[in-house]
Design a protein around this ligand. Sequence first.
Ligand code: ZN
Length: 154
Amino acid sequence: MTCRHFLELLDRMDNIDIQEEMTAHAAFCPGCAAELSAVMAGLRLYRLPDVCCSANLVPKIMAMLPLVPAPKRLVSMRNWVLAGLLIMGSVVLVPLMSDFRVLKETFGPAFTIPVSMAFGLIITIYLGIFVISHIDEFGRRLKAYEAVKSGKIA
Ligand SMILES: [Zn+2]
């Protein structure tokens, strides 16, 4: 059995009973074994007793939690720092450009004030999004800091 045939059979599978030849292939093919494991976990989750109509949801939801993948942060800290450096670099470098100086001499404050406001707005939006998206992390660090601080005093 080829991997392609295995995956086609896996796509058509709608119950937990798997064919013997699929089991044999998965025994020596790690990629297909991982796919089989994911599909079986999904099928087991699908076959759990009806959650929506049950009076006591908590135990059933707790049983499902290990099957739910952990949420991932969409933007890494490295990319946040790079974006911040790019914004700060442009705030510093744009006024040094010759085009900026020509426009500044031509239009005076009618040009520099809106540009300064736009930079301020961009920095404010960046910092606002950064703080909102990292508020959980800041809370955890504050709690850890307070725990360390109270441990040192006591
Ligand atoms: Zn395979």
